[in-house]
Design a protein around this ligand. Structure first.
Ligand code: BGP
Length: 491
């Protein structure tokens, strides 16, 4: 069968969605710690106290009113505070991953566990030790760690008091943190990702409602600082250990033209450029692509107000990544026609595709799109590729005897593994696959527990009730067979 020897089968999580222990052992807060749970209909709200001490609620990307402070409010529930308590249960979870046969486990380090405000000169020793124990435990089980340095979790202090990624100085704070990771875990970790889904920093208009100009102006600036931070981290990572394999990470959506109207064909190509290649090219090729100015102009980005220096551009050239990594959940139909049904998911939107099925959260299932995407980025970058997220968020039911039958999830994975096989057969240099939420996690988008992705069920609901006990779903045994036979037994 198609999968090359040493293929990195595994699963993925992110610190803020699994660890819990949000204020334990010196950890500082991140934005997720002041973000309540939501649902597919109700967006997650960020909480604050205004200048007079009254509670207030912000949407994502909302701006704090003058004098207000982010705050954890009494009698409000914050699902990321508990996560699935992996901070205390990582040994049990890693043993379960090993039982499935994982060759790799993709996880992230919480920045504010190492640097509680982001400004400290020295890291928090308890945080550093925690991850050392986690990596050692993975090694003891012959599981290769694949570690994201940033997974949407800038320390809240930097966001609140230092303008977060709109401030050039955040580059230095990030680089200090990244250097700590490379130094402390040298020999334990070899595979790194600098930023999770960096391209989600590039806004995307909804089909029917364009975003305000400032979103693009700020988005382009934030991305630039993150590109420079990533490039500096890559160079330091290589200096500290030339064996390090450092990747970018793109939210990989396969865009299709919604109709054969030439306007849709053009818009679709522009969407690939704006959302997929803009970030991929900077990180893999070390320079802004030729269409950059067109992307900016299309959204009235004022170039004269951007802070991009010659030194920055030289850093980008020196700090290119070693591998292309991306998440893949769905495709989207791009169209200029507004008389269509709009569907969304993973910070993108498009027109409903009549040839695809949709999950309960409205995300399309499109394994062919994965093959398509793999071929496109393989041809464009000529780098080893890892799919670092892929999975189905679904409701699961626990039977009386405790078993969990999830044929829908098995079906989803079977089709995507076949899509990978096809791509490898056709010449794609795919070296690994880590399914998203290999254990149930708090959803990033909605904050729900009931949007479950795992092979491992966690007894926890959306109000924080549950034992946190782990149990194996049917898909657990399916993935175990898939890995044991290198994708041959998909039955
Ligand atoms: C990606 C994120 C993950 C993850 C996943 C599923 O965008 O990198 O953190 O959560 O999407 O999204 P959700 O949790 O909203 O279902």
């Amino acid at each position: 069968m198609a999968f090359p020897e040493g293929f990195l089968w595994g699963g993925a999580t992110a610190a803020n969605q699994v660890e819990g222990a949000w204020n334990v052992d010196g950890r500082g807060p991140a934005m997720t710690d002041v973000t309540m749970g939501g649902s597919v209909k109700q967006t997650r709200k960020i909480t604050y106290l205004d200048a007079d001490g009254n509670p207030g609620y912000l949407e994502r990307h909302g701006k704090l009113p003058e004098g207000a402070r982010y705050a954890v409010l009494p009698d409000h529930y914050y699902p990321n505070h508990i996560g699935v308590d992996e901070y205390h249960r990582f040994e049990e979870d890693i043993a379960l991953f090993a039982e499935m046969g994982f060759k790799t486990y993709r996880m992230s380090i919480s920045w504010s566990r190492l640097y509680p405000t982001g400004l400290e000169a020295e890291p928090n020793a308890a945080g550093v030790e925690h991850y050392r124990r986690v990596f050692q435990c993975l090694r003891d089980h012959n599981i290769e760690p694949l570690v994201a340095i940033w997974h949407f979790d800038t320390p809240l202090y930097l966001e609140e008091h230092c303008s977060g990624w709109l401030n050039r100085e955040t580059i230095d704070h990030y680089v200090r943190y990244a250097e700590t990771c490379f130094r402390e875990y040298k020999g334990l970790v070899r595979y790194w990702l600098t930023f999770n889904e960096i391209n989600n920093g590039m806004p995307q208009d909804n089909l029917k409602n364009p975003l305000p100009q400032w979103r693009y102006q700020e988005g382009v600036q934030i991305l630039h600082y993150q590109f420079v931070a990533s490039a500096k981290a890559v160079q330091i990572g290589h200096e500290i250990d030339p064996n390090n394999m450092i990747g970018n990470m793109i939210c990989g959506i396969c865009y299709y033209p919604g109709t054969c109207d030439p306007a849709d064909i053009e818009l679709n190509r522009h969407m690939w450029e704006q959302k997929i290649f803009y970030c991929g090219d900077v990180q893999c090729k070390g320079e802004y692509p030729s269409f950059t100015r067109r992307v900016w102009a299309a959204h009235d980005v004022d170039e004269s107000k951007l802070d991009i220096t010659e030194d920055d551009l030289a850093e980008l050239k020196r700090g290119t990544v070693d591998m292309y990594t991306f998440s893949y959940y769905m495709s989207q139909n791009v169209t200029t026609h507004t008389d269509v049904e709009e569907v969304g998911g993973n910070m993108s939107s498009g027109a409903r595709n009549p040839y695809l099925t949709y999950s309960d959260w409205g995300w399309s299932t499109d394994p062919s799109g994965l093959t398509y995407y793999l071929e496109v980025v393989n041809d464009r970058y000529h780098l080893p590729i890892i799919i670092t997220e892929n999975g189905l968020g679904a409701f699961d039911t626990v039977e009386e005897d405790g078993s969990i039958h999830d044929p829908y999830r098995i079906d989803y994975f079977r089709q995507h593994v076949q899509a990978m096989q096809r791509a490898i057969d056709w010449g794609v240099n795919l070296i690994g696959y880590t399914t998203w939420g290999c254990i149930d996690v708090v959803s990033a988008g909605t904050g729900e527990m009931r949007k479950r992705y795992g092979f491992i069920y966690v007894d926890m609901d959306d109000e924080g009730k549950g034992t946190l006990d782990r149990s194996r779903k049917d898909s657990f045994y399916w993935y175990q067979r898939c890995i044991a036979t290198d994708g041959e037994d998909l039955g």
